[in-house]
Structure formats: structure tokens, C-alpha cells
Design a binder for this molecule. Structure first.
Ligand SMILES: [Zn+2]
Length: 485
């Protein structure tokens, strides 16, 4: 049986338009999914949209549409955005999907059977931006750190609670025994410290609005969006049936730090409650700014990924975000830096190699031999870097090898025998044969480069692969046209 790889992303909350910040995470997930396909694993890649909750209901009301109309329109848009970036997910789950709703209710009943749900009352400061209560400790100048412009509401409500506090020690054990459960490592400590301070039970129901999944134990309530949305990671693979058995636990669950608490604490506790093993790794990506500014609607810089694709092409954007940022850290999506990398690295280095070598093979043909050139590529190192999510270094390693190949062409001068003399001397024939072998080494190396770059730049890699595995190799179109700054 093939090894499996299951990766999920955060499902985006549908009350605003998609932008490059959302896209970054989806690209990284796609790169990991494709890399695991290269490794020969059976991959399932889940993404989707988070569609219930008060914020969506409020946005819909402001726009004069029903919540369902709003989420239908926006989920379609998000999906198209990811397609335009060649994000090749296996399922786009919507929390309004019928199978999700049904399975969420089954999950609640199971949790109730474990005596982990009780009725109670809660009061505290509520951030509508997060759709969550903010504890006193997390207040920054009396506001939520993620939504400093929003006034917090003092709320008091009756509802049903999940006994989260019961899982404090079990969670600490989980972090202790699985040092890779929360990555990058610097994120681990802040979560662990907070769990050590103690956990409050979680109100998992709401009663002041009805845009949500009905709470099956008491239908006066709807489920808290953060509770039911988390379940998408198992409902999306048909829990508790065959597909779930095959793919769970997820290998990687990718998300932003604003979702860290829910995914690193509440989510594994929910799973523990019903006896499901938590995921292997919760992988936290950094935030992006755009041309040096925070991305926001009010600044008018929340440019849609599709518009960026029209400007630069999907591969260049994918390449740029993986090459330019240290994964896990925050970064700036600077269009100037993108153009620079597109021109210097994709066009000058990769594009040039492909164009030169294909042109030379068209004129000279190649001859099979032992590939000494390819031995200069350190594939083991690339695998290791992938395991550590060091995408920038993976690309650096591949591009160092592209440099080696370009130098090889320059030093071996295989064009010198392109033109045959009237009478071929034996030394000419010998040189010609050597050059054909050089071209063979280059061809095989380029095919390897295309395979390794496929997770990052699938469209161009597939073109290169097609070009260099043809019976008659020809100099094709320019792969990356230079962009004027
Ligand atoms: Zn907030």
C-alpha cells in the first residue's frame, strides 16, 4: 500500500474578498501536496470556506442579501482564485454542505455521550472580528490584538459548554510527546504556556442569531461557528468511514497564527473527547503585507490574486512567495521584489538554460552516457529541507544546480561542433561525440530540475517536461518573458 499524505488549510471566513494573504497559505499547501505526489504518496488536499456565524449574517444584512446568497457568491470566488493559482485541491468543503452539517451533529451527540457537554452561563468580552471571547490576559489596550479598531462587547449568555478544562493535562502531554505537533517551534512555547495557565470551558452554542448549524440537543441554539468549522477536517474526508480511516490523522494542518489557539488547543481536545487521534502537525504560516502595507479593505490594497495572476502569471507568484519568505515568519509581498526574482531567476537562469540547451539539442542531437553532471545535485538535502518546510532553501538548492548547468554549457561549449566541416577529421568526430554526451547530461538534468520545481511552478515545469521528453527536442517558446520594472 502506498504511503498517504493528508493536508488541510484554514477554511476562509466568507465575509470579505480573497487577497494574496489567503493565497499564500493555499500555495504553500499545494506545494506540499505536490511534493508528496513527487515522493509517490497518495495525497488528499482539503480546503474550503467557513460560512456560518454572526459576522457573515451581519455582512449579508449590510449588503441586502441573504447569508446564503452571500456565501454562494463568495465561496465560488475563493474557489476560482485558488484555481487561477493552480492550487489543485481534492475537495473544497463548504460548512453549509449537507454532509458536513449531518456529521457535525453526529459528533456533538458522541461528545454528549462522553459527558463532555453541559448547560451553563458565560460572560465576558466578545470580539465580533474573531467571533470569540477574549480573555483579560489577551487584551491589548482593552482591545483584541487582531482587531484593534473594534470595540469589544460585554456579553452574557446561557448556552451549552464543552468541558475543555478537563483536557489541560492531556493537551500538555500531547505537546510534550510530539515535539512536532506545533511548528514552527517558536510558536509552541506561547501555546504551551497559555495552556499551563489553565483552560476555561468553551461555550459551543449561540442563541442571538440563527445563521448556523442547529445544535442537535437543543434546537433553540445554533452551534458556535468555531466549533463546527473545525470539524470540516474530518467531515471533509467522510468521517468515520473508509476515506477517513485511510487519511486521518492529517499529516499537516496549515493555518495562520490568528487561528492558532483554536487549532492547537480546542481542536485536539475535541478529538480527544470522542477518541480520535489529533493531527501529526499543526503548521503555522506567517502573515503577509502588500508592498510594505498591511492588507486591508480600507487601504484599498486587497488586490485579488486573479488580478495578480493576470499581471505576473501564476508560476511567478508561486515561485516568489516560496523563494522570498522564510516559512513561518511574516513577509512582505513586494511587486518590485517579485519582478526582480522573475527576471533574474526564472527568466535569466532557468529560462535561459532551457532555451539554450533545447536549441543546441535541436541542432546537434544527444548521446546517452553516464550523467556526471546530475551527481552535483544533492537530492537528499532537498528532501531534508522539504521535511523542515524550508521552501526558500529548497529553491535556493535547485537554483544553485541550475547555475552549475549554465556554467557547464559555458565551459563545455557544445555549440562548437554545430557546424560540420567539409571533411570531418577524427578529432572533430571525437569532439562532436563528446558534445552530444554533454547535451544528454544537460537534458536529463533539466528533466530532473523540472520534476523538482513542479510543486512550485507546475505550469512551466510541465512545459519543460513535455519539451525535453519529446522524440525530437526543439527550441520552444520563451518560458518567462522579462517584465519591465
Ligand atoms: Zn478579534
Amino acid at each position: 500500500m502506498k504511503d498517504k499524505f493528508y493536508i488541510t488549510t484554514a477554511i476562509d471566513y466568507l465575509n470579505a474578498e480573497p487577497h494574496i494573504g489567503h493565497a499564500y497559505q493555499k500555495i504553500v499547501a499545494d506545494v506540499l501536496a505536490r511534493w508528496n505526489k513527487v515522493l509517490g504518496k497518495e495525497v488528499f488536499f482539503l480546503t474550503g470556506s467557513d460560512e456560518y456565524g454572526q459576522k457573515v449574517a451581519k455582512t449579508a444584512q449590510e449588503k441586502g442579501v441573504t447569508p446564503k446568497q452571500l456565501v454562494d457568491k463568495l465561496s465560488k470566488k475563493f474557489k476560482q482564485e485558488w484555481k487561477s493559482l493552480d492550487v489543485d485541491f481534492d475537495r473544497f468543503i463548504r460548512t453549509t454542505d449537507i454532509d458536513h452539517k449531518k456529521k457535525v451533529k453526529e459528533f456533538v451527540r458522541l461528545m454528549e455521550k462522553k459527558s463532555d457537554i453541559y448547560k451553563g452561563e458565560y460572560s465576558g468580552k466578545y470580539c465580533l472580528g474573531c467571533e470569540a471571547y477574549i480573555t483579560e490576559k489577551d487584551l491589548v489596550k482593552g482591545r483584541c490584538k487582531f482587531h484593534p479598531n473594534k470595540e469589544l462587547k460585554e456579553l452574557k449568555e446561557k448556552g451549552y459548554f464543552f468541558k475543555l478544562s478537563k483536557y489541560q493535562n492531556k493537551l500538555l502531554e500531547l505537546y510534550e510527546e510530539n515535539p512536532n505537533y506545533i511548528l514552527p517551534k517558536f510558536r509552541r512555547k506561547e501555546i504551551i504556556n497559555r495552556v499551563k495557565e489553565g483552560l476555561k470551558d468553551l461555550n459551543i452554542t449561540r442563541s442571538k442569531f440563527d445563521w448556523g448549524i442547529k445544535f442537535p440537543i437543543d434546537e433553540k441554539y445554533v452551534l458556535y461557528v468555531w466549533y463546527e468549522a473545525l470539524l470540516n477536517y474530518i467531515t471533509g474526508i467522510d468521517w468515520p468511514n473508509e476515506k477517513f480511516k485511510k487519511f486521518w490523522p492529517a499529516n499537516v494542518q496549515l493555518l495562520g497564527i490568528d487561528n492558532g489557539w483554536f487549532h492547537c488547543v480546542i481542536w485536539p481536545a475535541m478529538l480527544m473527547s470522542v477518541g480520535i487521534k489529533p493531527a501529526n502537525t499543526i503548521l503555522i504560516n506567517g502573515f503577509l503585507t502588500f508592498n510594505g502595507q498591511k492588507i486591508s479593505k480600507s487601504l484599498g490594497n486587497a488586490i485579488s490574486p486573479t488580478d495578480l495572476v493576470k499581471k505576473y502569471g501564476s508560476d511567478s507568484i508561486r515561485y516568489f512567495v516560496c523563494r522570498n519568505f522564510v516559512f513561518g515568519q511574516d513577509g512582505d509581498f513586494s511587486e518590485r521584489a517579485l519582478v526582480q526574482r522573475h527576471n533574474d531567476e526564472l527568466a535569466n537562469k532557468l529560462g535561459n538554460l532551457v532555451s539554450r540547451v533545447s536549441g543546441l539539442i535541436e541542432k546537434n542531437s544527444e548521446e546517452k552516457c553516464e550523467n556526471k553532471l546530475l551527481k552535483k545535485l544533492n537530492e537528499k538535502k532537498i528532501e531534508k529541507l522539504f521535511e523542515n518546510y524550508e521552501f526558500d532553501k529548497v529553491l535556493n538548492e535547485i537554483f544553485s544546480f541550475i547555475d552549475v548547468c549554465n556554467e557547464y554549457v559555458q565551459n563545455k561549449k557544445p555549440w562548437e561542433t554545430s557546424r560540420k566541416p567539409e571533411v570531418s577529421s577524427s578529432s572533430f568526430l571525437e569532439k562532436e561525440r563528446k558534445n552530444k554526451k554533454v547535451l544528454y547530461e544537460l537534458k536529463e538534468s533539466i528533466l530532473k530540475i523540472a520534476e523538482l520545481l513542479w510543486p512550485f511552478i507546475p505550469e512551466s515545469s510541465e512545459k519543460i517536461k513535455k519539451q525535453f521528453s519529446a522524440k525530437k527536442i526543439k527550441k520552444g517558446e520563451i518560458l518567462f518573458k522579462k517584465i519591465d520594472i
